[in-house]
Write a protein that binds this ligand. Sequence first.
Ligand code: HEC
Ligand code: HEC
Length: 884
Amino acid sequence: MSARRKLLPILCLCVIGLSVVGLGAGLVVSSLAAKTTAKPAVLRPPFDTLGARATTLLFVRCAGCHGSGSVRGGLDLSTRDGLLEGGDHGPAIVPGKPRISLLYRLITQQEKPAMPPGSKHLTEAEVALIADWIEVAAPYPPTQEAEQPSSAATFPMPAVTAIGPHIEESTTVTAADTTFWSFQPLRSVTPPSVRDGTWARNPVDHFMLAAWESRGIQPNAEADKRTLVRRLSFDLLGLPPSTREIEAFLADTAPNAYERLVDRMLASPHYGEHWGRRWLDLARYADSDGYEDDKNRPNAYPYRDFVIQALNDDLPFDVFLRWQIAGDELAPTHPPAVAATGFATAGPYQTFFMKKKDRYDELDDIVSTLGSAMLGLTVGCARCHDHKNDPIPQKDYYGLQAVFAGSHREERYLVPDGGADYRHWLEVHGKPRQDLDAFEKPLQAKIRESRIADLDISEAEKELLRRPVDPSNQRQALLLGRFGTQLEVGDEVGEAVNPLDRQEWERLLKQVADSKAAAPPEPPRGLGLAGSCAGRAYFLERGDPAREREAVPPGFVTVLTRGRPRWQATTWTAWDSRKPDQGEPLPRTALACWLTDLHGGAARLAARVIVNRLWQHHLVEGLVRTPNDFGHQGDRPVFPELLDWLARELVENGWQLKHVHRLILCSSVYRQATATDPVKVRTDPDNRLFSRRRPQRLSAEGIRDALLAVGGNLNSQMYGPGIKPPIPADAIFATAPKHGEVWPANAVDGPATWRRSVYIVAKRSNPVPFLQTFDGPDAAASCASRSTTTVPTQALALMNDPFTYSQARFMAERVQAVAGPDPEAQIRQVFLRALARPPHADDEEKATRFLREQGRRYPSNAQQHAVADLCQVLFQSNEFLYID
Ligand code: HEC
Ligand code: HEC
């Protein structure tokens, strides 16, 4: 990257040569085109032929000085004639003879002046490409006239002369860039040997202990069994251990009791719910669109369900990633794979495409989230300029955008046949609906027209609203955005029916209702991606949608790419008309394969990033403390060998996450107690070496779910549409009621809403206050670690929230049912349930006093109320809220 800085002065010179310092290249096109040719030549799509690749390279690297606008040295490379005619020193090439061609000798620095000038020479591969091209007599791809309408198969490229400074400026990724630690291949490491062989249980411990021994740090003792079962339960399931689970574990004296506990918990369906929530944070998942309209997304949840189910089934992580990018292409008849593409559509979305900018923002959201969540790279930083710290040029960024540019969001039927049966039924039996439509259409048009006439806008604008929808007409789109919903005609059509026709109308209505009743149920739908053509994305100068430059073909992150692996398409354009058995990868499929390709693609980084996340959640901090940034600005791993060892374990064991969970959980490192000593404080103040356990506060969902569990009320129904628990009326922001209910004002707190918090509807404009108070995610962008604030509103929520108190009452009822009227037995039950341990002597004394005094405040049912209050007091204790 440093090469770029050195290069800048040289580039500036060329720019001045073109006399367009920093101006938009749009200007360049017109001014230069006016001087030279009447119409700027527009290239055909970058067909991936030798000619196209070679000339594209020349345009990118040379056209700034050898285009039809600027002909330094008298050489114009924009046409084959120009090339053959050559410059001041004669023909630039001898067709078929690269070695004696002037152009070849200059780009290989055999002769001066070296081309292109400056230090940024062509790479070996590029030189080889030019040689091959001269060998076959240097063909140029055919050109076409500018005004010819662009069909789906053509990618209009700007005139040669328009390729100006912006792309020259683009960084070339060098071999040196690939040496950065996280971009390197996974090393095969042997765990180091240690002196204390008895403490280390598995290789994870060897890495740690070796580091500690060299610093004189003693490992902590193992936490007691109660602490361990509570820690494991919250860590794997996000729930407190049941009393039965605690007792079973305490009673199990077999040497592998702990390992079996780990296995039991990894097999629990609650595991997928808890860890799924973590992935949903990364995927910035929510059930509404965000922005002003914040339209509900009633069919977003199948993606959430896919994540939960995939983790429970231990779907290999590489497949998990691939499906989220291209599941609809890779396994089109498998509904979970189709639902998985909801990853791309989970982010905020401007409901009405009013501006081109919104489409670019949507693509940016996908590319940035993919970068952060799957690769731990801030790819989004290369939107407006080459990445300032990492070797990610803007063209890599737009290559990724191009991968998704040919796809769109769609609610797809989640049945193996993609809803074909249902659609077929509708087609065959759709007649009643057609008849009704034919009857209602003229009436609807009449009502719509009268509403348009009433609008307070100009006649021209009214006329625009009357015309058929034209997606390319921005003014119309704006108007529709403003008035579209208002003009929609629904049931009001009934009022316009002529009394004489009424009977006929009712007959048609009934016919539709009857056929509906007889119809097979509509299959469930899931929001995800559809469409698999090679999209068109344009290089945006400075990230500005108003400054679209040349089309960029689909591409990946260069620094992570080696060679030219099989998944890289040979003809991108063939994708448009691809037949399934043609074997050409589709752009998203190609990206998915690249992402999980260990040799030619990014799998090494993806594997490091995910094992770090597992470590992060198990041990409170990651080995890399910036889990979403493995680039130059990010943290360096404290135990790079351990990270690589874990990543290899993952890959070599079929990408099964549960295998890595087991390795970490069964280590002695994980089982340590929280105690600390002066040596640790001095040599490992920050616990970067994990020399002790650090207590961790429960997440927002963890607290709510724990309250439900200890109250005995957790409804463990999994999957399906989300729930809306009651929230205070003043916390319901009625921002966009026109798109359906914001939040029901009369929601009832009861079994139906007592499901796990991962099923709560995430409405972007209206977060649930209880979760928000405890740092729930905002779903605006990929979130790698929640913040844990400590603020007074949290204590207030636990004291005053009706939900907390009602769960305390339920818990008190259950405690009394189990323990009977004896206060001592009741106190014991309260502690066991809330804190997974019996009360200590002083707890018992304080609790007894509390029950007595609190009981006096209540005129009736005093004992029950007092126990409920005791439960609520414990809910506010650190011991309840933190896991040791
Ligand atoms: C920054 C501007 C710039 C760029 C970029 C550039 N050139 Fe040049 N090129 C020049 C200048 C100036 C000359 C004339 C040098 C001289 O005569 O001393 C030249 C001369 C040449 C000549 C010799 C022409 C002749 O007959 O004298 C060739 C061949 C050539 N360039 C090829 C290339 C190729 C191939 C590339 C891209 C890989 C490239 N140049 C990129 C500025 C540039
Ligand atoms: C929406 C456009 C845009 C995005 C996205 C963007 N930047 Fe920038 N950035 C700019 C502009 C404009 C400048 C000033 C001009 C320049 O240096 O190119 C700038 C300048 C900078 C500079 C200082 C310039 C220098 O060379 O010292 C740094 C550092 C930087 N950006 C880092 C980042 C990082 C990190 C991200 C991602 C988190 C990012 N940028 C994302 C537009 C953007």
